[in-house]
Design a protein around this ligand. Structure first.
Ligand code: NAP
Length: 221
């Protein structure tokens, strides 16, 4: 663990996406807290990560995890997005929230179905208020790939209204072994939120095990 790195809480970190992220951040030396609705479930998941990484991963109920963290990463199903935000809102004041939520509406997960207002992340920002810097990221990376010790060919669109917060998340994304791109203001999150259904459709049509997104072109500045 590196004391100069921010503490990251993965809200819903017992799940598929959250556990993959928590493992990769712990392995990279970040202080990681696994969050869950149930403290015991968080503790069990944290113990598993500790055994896998040899790092001191902690497990806490979601609100306690967000309170103890510098940056929280929200990885819960869309159906539970708003109720989860309500439980962690107070703990997030003055901090960064990374929202990875995709507004999938089963069973039609390969059809883009955006929520009222167009974007989950924008709705989160409106609910949390301006003291929380919401950054949208990671919607297009497959959880089962994050959980494996492999190189993942997939870039990450990082959208948010605060450039410094976006940059902090791009650093976090790099620690996962992925390339993050400044993708503009939070309203642009709608593209990543919609892209997941497009990738699912491509996976099905071409039998790809987790299609990814790659930005081409070489930066000159
Ligand atoms: N899976 C992927 O490949 C992937 C990739 C990119 C983005 N995403 C997005 O990331 C989010 C999480 O996806 P996931 O596949 O990791 O989900 P998941 O494994 O089904 O759920 C994640 C966690 O959320 C909590 N949760 C589940 N159902 C809930 C409910 N009905 N009410 C309250 N809490 C509930 C659970 O934690 P506790 O029971 O411990 O509280 C669970 O471990 C989703 O928005 C998804 O669209 C997923």
């Amino acid at each position: 663990m590196n004391a100069s790195l921010p503490t990251v809480a993965v809200i819903g970190g017992t799940g598929d996406l959250g556990s993959g992220l928590a493992w990769r951040w712990a392995r990279a030396g970040y202080p990681v807290i696994v969050g869950s609705r149930v403290a015991d479930r968080a503790a069990i998941a944290a113990a598993e990560l500790k055994a896998r990484t040899g790092k001191a991963v902690r497990g806490m109920e979601n609100a306690a995890a967000a309170t103890a963290a510098d940056i929280s990463v929200l990885t819960v199903p869309y159906a539970n997005h708003q109720p989860t935000l309500e439980t962690i809102k107070a703990a997030l004041a003055g901090k960064i929230l990374v929202d990875a939520t995709v507004p999938l509406m089963p069973p039609k997960v390969s059809t883009v179905q955006l929520p009222p207002g167009g974007s989950v992340a924008v709705a989160a920002q409106a609910f949390l208020g301006q003291s929380v810097r919401v950054v949208s990221a990671l919607q297009t990376v497959a959880a089962h790939k994050l959980q494996q010790d492999i190189i993942i060919q997939s870039d990450v669109l990082v959208a948010g209204d605060d450039a410094a917060a976006r940059e902090a998340v791009i650093v976090l994304v790099a620690a996962l072994g992925l390339k993050g791109w400044h993708a503009g203001v939070l309203a642009n999150s709608v593209v990543a939120e919609a892209m997941t259904s497009v990738l699912i459709a491509i996976n099905r049509r071409y039998k790809i095990d987790g299609a990814g997104l790659c930005i081409t072109g070489e930066p000159t500045a």
